[in-house]
Design a protein around this ligand. Structure first.
Ligand code: PFF
Length: 461
């Protein structure tokens, strides 16, 4: 990977566009996108309940065959076209309907933001509650009540979502190099540092081994069809692929960035963060005899009680929610960048205006998700609250559909010579064998697997 630093983006095609200025910046921003709430409330509990180390092996294989190829495909498309997600497909397939894949990506990132900002809002609110001691109780009934009060309050829900939108909007408005790159370069090391500190604390608690057993003990009998499908679906959401995020970030990559190596590093680093998150959480959960749940109840009810049980627990609790807020921030920056890049480049709105327009629209649409546990709790579309609807439409439908068409495009439509040329950096990298393997996987493996994930997500398989 190139680690050469420079203040100006290299390559004449980049001259007029903002972009990442260093190899490290690319790596941390892309990792920032992948690392998110998925690492903290999805991966560890899925691993613990579905076969431990056996699940991790299946996840790794799924990622190699599903998440990673889509990530490489998106990066190389974006870097070749140097444009937002829709324009990228218009440029690579002029006069064809492939741009619809980019349009689905812009829609998907907007809809993910609509509910992800609400969960991030709860995390931000919890930093404050951790500081003021509002969730400092060893009784899950008390922390559960604090969480119920938060989500049942329309004003609190909207306020925290708006705070989150203002925070990520501000960074995005600053631009790619001065905003996204600068902030992720500072925040990602802090996230890793906090995670390691909490891991050490958790591992040194009495009875920690029980949690490690829960997390890692390999149980191959748990690897049923649905578990394998869940691992494949997770590899999508985890690596932020299938929806233009990585096309947009790829469009800011340097010309000399080694794309397959960067994507592989991001994948491995993201997996490491997920495993560390599991080590930070489960030994402590078991040490104090709590139930290892998943999703919101693990993050907002069990974890505060676990921290409240340990000496100096308040300090670790504050650290934990700060690291979770950082993880969510990197993911949201990449999501927000997709529609902002589109409005900025395609509709020629100045970047600040594009950001304000997107943030205001998100505040409006996102409010339906924010109010899904209060004012709009009984308003259902297709039997789901807006929050659940946005989650379902993106995770189960739009992301797999996007990933399916992206790999089909790269495998069958774009042209082998073009893909080879772009991924070898015009022959400068001696990675032809890896690129050949990648093209083969994009042709024959990934689309088939993604199609199965899609049918499963729709309840048809
Ligand atoms: N990868 C993020 C996580 O694991 O939480 C979620 C995500 C971010 C999905 C960005 C999609 C995306 F474009």
């Amino acid at each position: 990977m190139a680690t050469q630093r420079s203040n100006k983006p290299i390559g004449s095609r980049l001259a007029a566009r903002d972009g990442f200025t260093s190899g490290l910046g690319v790596l941390l921003a892309t990792l920032g996108s992948a690392v998110g709430l998925g690492n903290i409330w999805k991966f560890p509990s899925l691993t613990g309940t579905n076969g431990g180390a056996a699940f991790i092996i299946v996840y790794l294989i799924s990622t190699l065959l599903v998440g990673l190829p889509v990530m490489i495909a998106e990066h190389v498309m974006g870097r070749t076209a140097r444009a937002d997600a829709i324009t990228t497909l218009r440029k690579l397939a002029p006069g064809k309907l492939w741009w619809l894949v980019g349009a689905a990506g812009v829609l998907a990132s907007f809809l993910i933001m609509a509910f992800y900002t609400e969960v991030a809002g709860w995390v931000f609110a919890y930093i404050v509650k951790a500081v003021t001691g509002g969730i400092l109780s060893t009784d899950p009934a008390v922390t559960g009540q604090a969480f119920a009060d938060l989500i049942a309050s329309p004003s609190q829900s909207l306020l925290w979502q708006w705070i989150v939108l203002a925070w990520v909007g501000l960074i995005i408005a600053l631009g790619v190099s001065k905003g996204i790159e600068r902030v992720t370069k500072r925040l990602m090391p802090i996230l890793l540092g906090l995670l390691v500190i909490i891991c050490i604390r958790s591992l040194t608690l009495p009875g920690a081994a029980e949690g490690l057993k829960f997390l890692f003990n390999p149980d191959f009998t748990k690897l049923t069809g649905p578990v394998v499908l869940a691992a494949m679906g997770l590899s999508f959401f985890k690596l932020s692929v299938g929806m233009g995020t990585m096309i947009t970030y790829g469009s800011y990559f340097r010309e000399d960035q080694n794309i397959p190596a960067t994507a592989a590093r991001v994948m491995l680093a993201d997996l490491t963060v997920s495993i560390l998150a599991g080590i930070a959480i489960f030994p402590a959960v078991f040490s104090y005899g709590f139930e290892p749940g998943a999703g919101p109840s693990l993050l907002f009810i069990t974890i505060p009680s676990v921290f409240a049980s340990m000496p100096l627990g308040q300090v670790f609790m504050i650290m934990f929610f700060i690291l979770t807020a950082i993880a969510a921030t990197g993911a949201m920056l990449s999501l927000l960048e997709v529609p902002v890049a589109f409005l900025n480049e395609k509709l020629r709105l100045p970047r600040v205006t594009a950001t304000i327009v997107t943030v205001v629209l998100l505040a409006l649409v996102g409010s339906t998700a924010a109010l899904s546990s209060s004012t709009l709790a009984s308003t259902k579309v297709l039997g789901k609250t807006f929050f659940d609807l946005f989650d379902f439409a993106t995770s189960n439908v739009l992301l797999p559909v996007g990933g399916f068409f992206i790999t089909l495009f790269v495998g069958w439509v774009w042209g082998k010579a073009q893909v080879m040329n772009a991924l070898t950096n015009q022959g400068a990298l001696k990675n032809e064998r890896i690129v050949n393997l990648f093209i083969g996987v994009c042709k024959f493996v990934t689309p088939v697997l993604v199609f199965i994930v899609l049918l499963n997500g729709l309840g048809l398989f």
